[in-house]
Design a protein around this ligand. Structure first.
Ligand code: ZN
Ligand code: ZN
Length: 354
């Protein structure tokens, strides 16, 4: 099913048009990424507006929309009001998750249609992925896996976290990344107890854990993976904690299949960590969905009450973080299937000492 047809299926009940303002929702509907623009979707017609910086690419690549430019004489409000008149629109569903208050006030003052908050239906469509979307995510993950293989040979005592981060980013682009799905997390030694620490000038030393959480963009779709490796040697405590995190992740993955609630997947992994005595040191959720954005819904966390469906996607990323000492996180991305899941992350997970 084309994404534009999914959008059209939302119409006629509460709203007779959609006002797509976020880059993600425009990308989803047009199946092509344009940095700036606005789109309107109605049963009578669909239009996509952007300015001179993007208009040539938009007209060439966007299918299913009439693509028109905005300029100093004809702005977005006029283009939208023309479409509202031409298509007989009375009410437009908008994305309250992404609009600023000022932007919403502008639309409310200037548009000749009633505006209705409609983020959940618009955003919710993205939870179940089409096969072609999953292929782009598999490709993004393949690039990240290749980058990880290459970075293993480059980690050495004496380099700083920032130097390692630079090498990691280079490896991702060299292997085909079109962008980064987020700023990588590259932390070492005691900094690994910070789940979302930021790379700094700390020099990597023998006996450190190094945690790298990173992802690439491929045609707008995100990958996400984390590996924690030891430099030179690992103490018995480091090995024990690493093994608990790995067993927790494997338990979560074993519980992953369509029909199971996100909180049940989280609970399967969390039980392993709690039983080992580290419960208080696993403060975040087990996993989040992703796709065009690095964090999407529904998530596999303690509040995940939604039964997961075939071709939903989630990260599998338990961690243990011991303040002042070290932390471990291992993250893969899996696709929910009827009888289990497909793990699209292929890098090894045994404790590696580099
Ligand atoms: Zn991650
Ligand atoms: Zn993640």
């Amino acid at each position: 099913m084309k994404n534009i047809d999914k959008y059209l299926s939302l119409l006629d009940r509460e709203v007779d048009g959609l006002l797509l303002t976020s880059r993600y929702s425009r990308h989803y509907g047009a199946e092509f990424d344009i940095a700036e623009g606005v789109a309107i979707v109605t049963r009578a017609g669909c239009r996509y507006f952007t300015d001179s910086r993007y208009i040539e690419s938009a007209q060439k690549n966007i299918k299913g929309f009439e693509v028109l430019d905005v300029n100093q004489f004809t702005g977005y409000f006029q283009r939208l009001n023309d479409a509202i008149r031409d298509f007989g629109v009375h009410s437009l569903g908008y994305e309250e998750r992404y609009l600023t208050v000022a932007e919403l006030m502008g639309y409310e003052q200037k548009l000749n249609a009633k505006l209705i908050p409609f983020n959940q239906p618009i955003y919710g469509l993205r939870a179940v992925k089409e096969e072609w979307e999953l292929d782009l995510m598999r490709k993004a993950q393949d690039i990240a896996d290749k980058a990880f293989t290459e970075i293993l040979a480059k980690i050495h005592p004496g380099m700083t976290e920032l130097e390692l981060q630079a090498e990691l980013i280079y490896c991702m682009y060299r292997n085909g990344a079109q962008g980064l799905s987020f700023d990588p997390i590259v932390v070492s030694g005691p900094n690994t107890s910070l789940p979302h620490g930021v790379a700094g000038e700390r020099v990597i030393q023998p006996g450190d854990f190094v945690t790298m959480d990173f992802g690439v963009l491929y045609h707008g779709y995100c990958s996400d993976m984390t590996r924690t490796v030891a430099v030179g040697f690992a103490t018995d405590e480091m090995k024990r904690v690493y093994d608990v995190v790995l067993q927790a992740q494997l338990a979560g993955i074993a519980a992953t299949r369509a029909g199971v609630k996100g909180c049940e997947v989280d609970a399967a992994a969390r039980k392993v960590i709690t039983d080992a005595g580290y419960g208080p040191y696993f403060g975040h959720g087990y996993g989040h969905s992703l796709g065009l954005e690095i964090h999407e819904n529904p998530g596999c966390n303690t509040s995940g009450q939604v039964p997961m469906e075939v071709n939903m996607v989630a990260s599998a990323e338990p961690g243990i973080y011991l303040p002042g000492k070290f932390g471990v996180r291992i993250e893969d991305v899996v696709i929910f299937k009827a009888d289990g899941c497909e793990n699209i992350t292929h890098s090894p997970k045994n404790l590696m000492i580099v």
